[in-house]
Design a binder for this molecule. Structure first.
Ligand code: FES
Length: 152
């Protein structure tokens, strides 16, 4: 297994640069009260994996993954939840992109919260919903028989 630290290069600064790229009209300022509407919003055509979870808060998250040679090459989400859940979906899919699926399973709700420094701690359940949905999508991929050398 790789000794690479999962998401080591995906810092809060890198995440907000990524968000800024999607809001060029914002002139470098991101209004955290506005949802990152086009930040990895799904669905994703021809997805290799898909997961949906209905959270205990009543909100639903869905995540689609494109996986090539064991690496998540694209990830999108959709939710009917609050701003925090949308931000967590954007962060979870941002973190998953570029990771081997075995490393994507190492992404945690804490990683999402670390990226979203302005999200209130009480909204940690939103990050749990996003990451649980990511895990479900990966589980679906594996359970469909896509277990191969990339898992080692
Ligand atoms: Fe439901 Fe945030 S309140 S996911």
């Amino acid at each position: 297994m790789s000794s690479r630290c999962v998401n080591a290069d995906k810092t809060p600064e890198a995440f907000f640069v990524w968000l800024r790229d999607r809001f060029p009209e914002a002139g470098g300022f991101i209004d955290v009260s506005a949802p990152p509407e086009d930040s990895n919003i799904g669905p994703l055509d021809n997805a290799d994996a898909n997961g949906t979870i209905h959270g205990i808060c009543g909100d639903t998250m869905e995540i689609w993954l494109k996986i090539e040679n064991g690496v998540v090459t694209d990830a999108r989400y959709a939710t009917n939840g609050c701003f925090s859940s949308r931000a967590c979906g954007a962060a979870a899919t941002y973190l998953a992109k570029g990771e081997r699926i075995i490393d994507a399973l190492g992404i945690s709700p804490r990683d999402v919260m670390n990226l979203l420094e302005l999200i209130p701690g009480v909204d940690i359940h939103c990050s749990i919903l996003a990451i649980s949905t990511l895990y479900r999508a990966i589980a679906e991929y594996i359970l469909k028989g896509n277990i191969s050398v990339e898992m080692k």
